[in-house]
Design a protein around this ligand. Structure first.
Ligand code: SAM
Ligand code: DTB
Ligand code: SF4
Length: 357
């Protein structure tokens, strides 16, 4: 069967075939959007967007050669390298993100993989951010099973590690680590019981089949990533991918919709590249099932729409920010007062982060 039955869309599957995924991409756009929004509403609260803020805790001079990345030491992008930040400064930045309305704080480092002494400092950052009552996410490159466990013990909620593109196109983009290295890190992250944030980048010159194969690979992982960031390439002067022909915005929207259909329960994040998107294109992405954004003036080293502009966009579309935690969402649904000291007597389990803020 090359085309999935539209009535069965919304089921959780891990056995997608490439022809099936390509058939979804080939649907008339309005049919694809309709089914994606239908499936979205079966699994998620409508009109709700999760907001994550990024911080680059260690910038530049990365030994890897990812062709899209301004932080690789191999490309002259004019970026100033910065050492690992102080814990107190990271806490300050998380506090500001929380005040602006973000519920998750994602710390990114330009590492191939973290060194033991850096991991200790990062574990402390995670404890501090968690004590603010925020969800924590880190993206630090490749991890061993032991490193993933250490991060879990520090209280990390999510680990971001992207597949970036299809297995077939991957070699055009990165030579310093393999696709299998990435899958191994994802396995280590899962084994440590961390939530997985894994997606990719579109607009790197890949073919439509590559986009289908990236989403297929994500959907056929043993478990769907809880969070699927779909980035549009941010072209940075000095990187090999600067000057790549831009992707048709409707192809980007289609990819969001197909991600929604293949991974119905996941949060699909409209990630990097929003500065290059019109408000109308972003609205179509939300229609297609995106329900998460990066929120705050900066991504890691490049720009993002400013907070006021995003607030206005969400208001104009009637979208609201998702509550901070499953616990808060539970209280929103039931109307019971949340965050009572020492627990509020509800059956939903409290975590340290939920009661400590
Ligand atoms: N160094 C770590 C690693 O790559 O595993 C973590 C940080 S890295 C910047 C995280 C992700 O950001 C990359 O996997 C890539 O998907 C995304 N990214 C980096 N540069 C980008 C760009 N110019 N446009 C879009 N996404 C980008
Ligand atoms: C992801 O998928 N996108 C984010 C996050 N995970 C770490 C990073 C985007 C980086 C864009 C280029 C920059 O700002 O350096
Ligand atoms: Fe380094 Fe990550 Fe950039 Fe690749 S994407 S060059 S690993 S910082």
């Amino acid at each position: 069967m090359s085309s999935p039955s539209l009535a069965t869309l919304g089921a959780i599957r891990h056995d997608w075939t490439l022809p099936e995924v390509e058939a979804l991409f080939a649907l008339p756009l309005m049919d694809l959007l309709f089914h994606a929004q239908r499936v979205h509403r079966e699994h998620h609260e409508a009109n709700t967007v999760q907001m994550s803020t990024l911080l680059s805790i260690k910038t530049g001079a990365c030994p890897e050669d990812c062709a899209y990345c301004p932080q690789s030491v191999r490309y002259d992008t004019g970026l100033t390298r910065e050492a690992l930040m102080e814990v107190a400064a990271v806490r300050e930045s998380a506090l500001r993100a929380r005040e602006a309305g973000a519920t998750r704080f994602c710390m990114g480092a330009a590492y191939r993989s973290p060194k033991p002494k850096d991991l200790e400092v990062i574990a402390q950052m995670i404890r501090e951010v968690r004590a603010l009552g925020m969800e924590t996410c880190a993206t630090l490159g490749m991890l061993s099973p032991q490193q993933a466990k250490e991060l879990k013990e520090a209280g990390l909620d999510y680990y971001n590690h992207n597949l970036d593109t299809s297995p077939e196109f991957y070699g055009e983009i990165i030579s310093t680590r393999t696709y299998q290295d990435r899958l191994d890190t994802l396995e280590a992250v899962r084994a440590a019981d961390l939530k997985v944030c894994c997606g990719g980048i579109l607009g790197m010159g890949e073919s439509p089949t590559d986009r289908a194969a990236l989403l297929l690979t994500l959907a056929n992982l043993p478990e769907h990533p809880e969070s699927v960031p779909i980035n549009q390439l941010v072209q940075v002067e000095g990187t090999p991918l600067a000057g790549t022909a831009p992707l048709d915005p409707f192809e980007f929207v289609r990819a969001i919709a197909v991600a929604r259909l293949l991974m119905p329960r996941s949060h699909v994040r409209l990630s990097a590249g929003r500065q290059g998107m019109s408000d109308e294109m972003q609205a179509l992405c939300f229609m297609a099932g995106a329900n998460s954004i990066f929120y705050g003036e900066k991504l890691l080293t490049t720009g993002n729409p400013d907070v006021e502009r995003d607030r206005q966009l969400l208001a104009r579309l009637g979208l609201r920010a998702e509550a901070r935690t499953e616990h808060e969402r539970h209280h929103e649904r039931t109307g019971a007062p949340a965050r009572a000291a020492g627990g509020c007597g509800c059956a939903h389990p409290h975590t340290h982060a939920e009661t400590a803020a």
